[in-house]
Design a protein around this ligand. Sequence first.
Ligand SMILES: Nc1ncnc2c1ncn2[C@@H]1O[C@H](COP(=O)(O)OP(=O)(O)O)[C@@H](O)[C@H]1O
Ligand SMILES: N[C@@H](CC(=O)OP(=O)(O)O)C(=O)O
Length: 449
Amino acid sequence: MKVVKFGGSSVASAGQIDKITKIIVSDASRRVIVVSAPGKRFSEDVKVTDLLIQLGESVRIGVDNEKAYQQILDRFEGIIRDLGLDQKVLEQVVKKINDSIFRIKQQDPSGLDALKSCGEDGSALIVSAYLNHEGYATSYVNPKEAGILVQDQPGGALVLDESFDHLYQLRKREEILVIPGFFGFTKEEKLVTFSRGGSDITGSIVAAGLKAELYENFTDVDSVYCVNPMLVDNPRQLTSLTYREMRELSYAGFSVFHDEALIPAFKQKIPVCIKNTNNPSAPGTMIVADLPEREHHVVGIASDNGFLNLYVSKYLMNREIGFGRRLLQILEDEEVSFEHAPSGIDDMSVIIREHQLPKQKEEIVIQRIKDELQVDMVLIEREMAMIMLVGEGMNQTVGIASSATSAFHKAGVNIEMINQGSSEVSMMFGVKTEGLAAAVQSLYRTFFD
Ligand SMILES: Nc1ncnc2c1ncn2[C@@H]1O[C@H](COP(=O)(O)OP(=O)(O)O)[C@@H](O)[C@H]1O
Ligand SMILES: N[C@@H](CC(=O)OP(=O)(O)O)C(=O)O
């Protein structure tokens, strides 16, 4: 049995849904389907999830947002009409949206997540109705019925282990099952969404629970490329990767697959295949537990911007037991999550996503660091970007760091920070955002051209 997830671009229009229907029925082992909310049809288009979030935020502060509401309804109405489906499907979708809006108005704390989930829920209702319409016995299965249990962390749900046994029961079902991605339920039956892009996580959880032979993840590119295709034209395709490599690459910016989606599949050793809905015969990228040693130790270059560096220096920091803990404790108290914390003899940098530390929080954090840690200097450098070289065995290979630093030199980009060794499969560089593209392109030429 295969579990197949279709991303937002694969369910963005009636034409795309017709394509995925053909993909599903072309292989009898594609029995359990996970779908995202309708995504972008063209580059300036807006994802239904973004519209739902806009709408929910407006309703929460007591403002009507007729424009977003109408855009959402138009997306679903258009898809249902173009697929020739019964108006009852649209009524079901609209009822769930209206019920969620009502809950937000009633100050129900789970109302916003309930509204966010309507994109995936609507897609699942439509895809299951269309498969039936085309003559293939299919059921819509809500995550509550499937038994996807999560912790109560709205917008960042974490799966509970008992979910996997519940999901295994779905193996008994004979028809095709369509499950909306992106959300689960707490034991108290509260709907909670995963983080953005989280339908990949649902797919992985479902594949692990069902002990599937393969988790296929259909998107809009032929494979995972060794670098973001927005930064380098026509980059090299990756035919295979290990779970560890893919997790590091996803975490560091390969938005094609959610970094949290590797873990459930990894625990059950279920291979993951990334494929293209618009070109399903292309082999795609296989993600597996182990691979024989490859010629190229660097398999990918991931990058992301939107970071800041919280830099702290204090003479004899190395002698002060507990300094690092107390610095990180201040961040914990102020609910700031950090990404990396490289340190020297008298200094420590903490790399944080910029949105974690808005200006007013920044002032509090800086003041506390000055007052409680009596540092010589504390400063914040914004507009930082991180670049990660990833590959199994890379850190044991002589000369990688030297080739990388010469690539930065050729691009004329100063390295603000290097972090090597914390992970066995990656090496990280911090640069100013303005140098990101040039540095990545130069690294690509060095390691792949
Ligand atoms: N290294 C990479 N390899 C492939 N795609 C990448 C990479 N980095 C970023 N992407 C982007 O990820 C996109 C697919 O992910 P996403 O937009 O989440 O798709 P979906 O709509 O299927 O959920 C691609 O269109 C591509 O622009
Ligand atoms: N629709 C959700 C979840 C998701 O996985 O979407 P996509 O498959 O379009 O990345 C989001 O936009 O976050």
